[in-house]
Design a protein around this ligand. Sequence first.
Ligand SMILES: [Zn+2]
Length: 116
Amino acid sequence: MKIKKGDQVLIISGKYRGKKGKVLKAFPKEQRLLIEGVNLRKKHIRPKREGEKGQIVELPAPIHISNVKLICPKCKKATKVGYKVISKRTLRGGAKGSSKDQKSKVRICKKCGQKI
Ligand SMILES: [Zn+2]
């Protein structure tokens, strides 16, 4: 899944188009994301004890990943996510080419080319 928990995203379609929010939870199987303040649904909370009032709260419901774009934390633009395979050694800033070197897949912003 290209977008993960904690990412900032821009909503690109539907009622919340143009709104930005943070991903609270990702559901890779369904390709859906729960985004802070987006796709709010009213939920009735029953009183827990006698004498307490029931409440109506607004909670976000998951939306499909195709409705959002990632906001790059580096260039602050809504972008497409690319992938790049680099060695973990390079990630840590060390020398390349060791036989023990492991490869790691990182996300890349297609606008500025930075690792996300
Ligand atoms: Zn960028």
